[in-house]
Design a protein around this ligand. Structure first.
Ligand SMILES: Nc1nc2c(ncn2[C@@H]2O[C@H](COP(=O)(O)OP(=O)(O)OP(=O)(O)O)[C@@H](O)[C@H]2O)c(=O)[nH]1
Ligand SMILES: [Mg+2]
Length: 196
């Protein structure tokens, strides 16, 4: 079997938006370090987390996560639209146990342009009642123009990793269409992301 030399691909950027305390920093850190962070401080404006993603064709990408501070006053600093520029995807996060954080997501949409694929993320499923876990998100996926939705708990790392893998797969598919990468390497990447 021929070894393919390592090559660096375009860096990827994912932004996390949503009300304060919904768990944006917790899922970011949990994904980056494979560990559930029980303690997290309020994010002041923005936090950055990064990780090297290795693809099955040995290509690597630097993933940068921009984790925005959800407290009300940060929204009015006038910098969030700038922070979201060039993002490959946006995760619109809300707390499954507090539906006001879902309804308030419409305020966050003004920071992202329509071209950025967005995903609706319900957090803290470990704390949610059965009714909250079953809450139908279909109309919100449509209203916020999201690709899809996920429900997760940072205590269940698999559910968090699954989100980032699916989001990365969507980004890769979009980028490969744009750059006309061969369908062969795209299939390899899809397989890697789906099985890992
Ligand atoms: N039980 C449980 N607690 C969680 C989960 N995710 C986050 N938390 C807790 O919720 C609190 C707030 O989480 P953060 O990640 O700081 O929330 P945030 O959205 O980054 O908040 P801001 O930085 O203010 O925007 C912390 O005490 C976390 O430990 C989860 O899935 N399950
Ligand atoms: Mg935070």
């Amino acid at each position: 079997m021929q070894l393919v030399p390592s090559k660096e691909k375009k860096p990827l950027k994912i932004v996390l938006l949503g009300e304060g305390g919904v768990g944006k920093t917790t899922i970011s850190k949990s994904y980056i370090d494979n560990y559930f962070f029980t303690k997290s401080k309020q994010t002041i404006a923005v936090e950055f987390h990064s990780k090297i993603i290795t693809h099955s064709d040995k290509g690597v990408s630097k993933l940068q996560i921009w984790d925005l501070g959800g407290q009300e006053h940060f929204k009015h600093m006038g910098v969030f639209s700038e922070f979201c520029k060039g993002a490959d995807a946006a995760l619109l996060c809300f707390d499954l146990t507090d539906l006001s954080s879902l309804f308030n997501l419409s305020e966050w949409l003004e920071f992202i342009t329509p071209a950025i694929p967005r995903f609706l993320i319900g957090t803290k499923s470990d704390l949610a009642t059965q009714d909250e876990k079953n809450f139908d998100l279909a109309r919100y996926i449509q209203r916020f123009n999201c690709v899809t939705s996920f429900k997760c708990s940072a205590k269940d790392l698999k559910s968090v990793i699954n989100i980032f893998e699916k989001v990365l797969l969507t980004i890769e598919r979009k980028n490969s269409k744009l750059t006309n990468i061969s369908s062969d390497s795209n299939t390899q990447l899809s397989n890697k992301l789906l099985v890992s």
